[in-house]
Design a protein around this ligand. Structure first.
Ligand SMILES: [Zn+2]
Length: 338
């Protein structure tokens, strides 16, 4: 069985990476700690839901399908962005899939276009994901039109990924057929196959579409300290020991040494610098680096910064080292396998 061609793999968003860094760098007794934890729980739940989509999509054998995960695309008419969990592109149609991993009971109200969640006796109300998906259809059409790409039929699905969630819909709900549980994904795609028989996107056109979407994809890069209304001074500085997690490692004779377990490392500073970039700023000076790593030596700091191959601006003490978003994500992948 051939797998779907995965053009863009699913990975943790920059927001999740930033939240993970914040969890590492804030004291459990800090007033914001619980809010950070709750936010992290919600983000990972959503991410796990999206990942379970991937599990079911693996069983869809058609090699003519291309899948792009985790897209964030611009809508120039409103100056906003819209996010797509999975976009499945076939020669016949395009399928926009929204994964929902909510727990408890979900009720879809057609009249008010809302989704209500009841969990642990707490009721929350959201905009109906079907409403968002119909907006996506218009936004995608506009993007394709503007870039002279044939607009294929666009179908959409809300996929409930949590198997223990109870689902109900209001009495008359024309969109109900597009709300499914994850295991039904493949049979639903079979139905779409039968519905869209005509080839509308030739191979070249699909390649053009994939290139365009990848080019337009813009990861959300929001300042997390502002989100939680905290200062850089609220963060814990220093280099963590990669073995025992103790803080801070001390730098001596060209190495980082853990005073707790005795482990030594040549590059333990990299994870700390990553945290700085994720949490504080996408550029750093020698002075800021020394403050954050609790590193007294200016020469060592210079050596570290030069070894990272970062883009430089300014001169002497004003020199700043910059990291673009794509390289920051790459650094996250390199330093944290999962
Ligand atoms: Zn240690």
């Amino acid at each position: 069985m051939k797998e779907l061609r995965k053009i863009k793999k699913r990975e943790k968003s920059l927001t999740i990476r930033k939240t993970e860094a914040l969890r590492r760098r804030i004291l459990t007794k800090h007033p914001i700690y619980d809010a950070v934890e709750e936010n992290y729980r919600l983000l990972t739940s959503g991410y796990n839901g999206e990942k379970s989509l991937d599990y079911y999509l693996k069983f869809f054998p058609d090699k003519n399908y291309n899948i792009i995960n985790g897209l964030r695309l611009p809508d120039y008419s409103t100056n906003t962005y819209f996010e797509i969990d999975s976009l499945i592109i076939s020669p016949h149609y395009v399928l926009d899939v929204d994964a929902k991993n909510h727990k408890g009971e979900l009720h879809f109200d057609h009249h008010f276009e809302q989704m209500h969640q009841t969990y642990d006796n707490i009721k929350k109300t959201y905009t109906c994901p079907l409403t968002q998906l119909s907006r996506h259809r218009l936004q995608l059409k506009r993007l394709l039109d503007a870039n002279k790409i044939t607009v294929p039929p666009i179908d959409s699905l809300v996929v409930i990924t949590n198997p223990s969630t109870s689902i109900s819909v209001s009495d008359y709900h024309p969109g109900a057929k597009n709300i499914i549980r994850a295991p039904s994904l493949i049979s639903k795609m079979d139905q779409f196959e039968k519905k869209h028989k005509k080839v509308v996107l030739e191979k070249k056109e699909i390649q053009k579409l994939v290139r365009l979407l990848k080019k337009l994809h813009t990861p959300l890069d929001k300042n997390i300290l502002q989100t939680f209304r905290i200062q850089a001074s609220d963060l814990i500085n220093g280099v963590f020991c990669p073995v025992c997690d103790a803080l801070p490692m001390k730098h001596s004779q060209g190495k980082w040494c853990c005073t707790n377990c005795g482990h030594t490392s040549n590059d333990a500073h990299l994870r700390a610098i990553l945290d700085y970039f994720l949490l504080i700023d996408n550029s750093i000076t020698n002075k800021k680096l020394r403050e954050f790593l609790l590193l007294p030596s200016r020469t060592t700091a210079t050596r570290i910064l030069r070894s990272m191959g970062l883009e430089k601006t300014g001169e002497k003490k004003g020199t700043k080292y910059h990291i673009p978003v794509e390289e920051l994500l790459e650094m996250c992948r390199d330093l944290y396998v999962k």
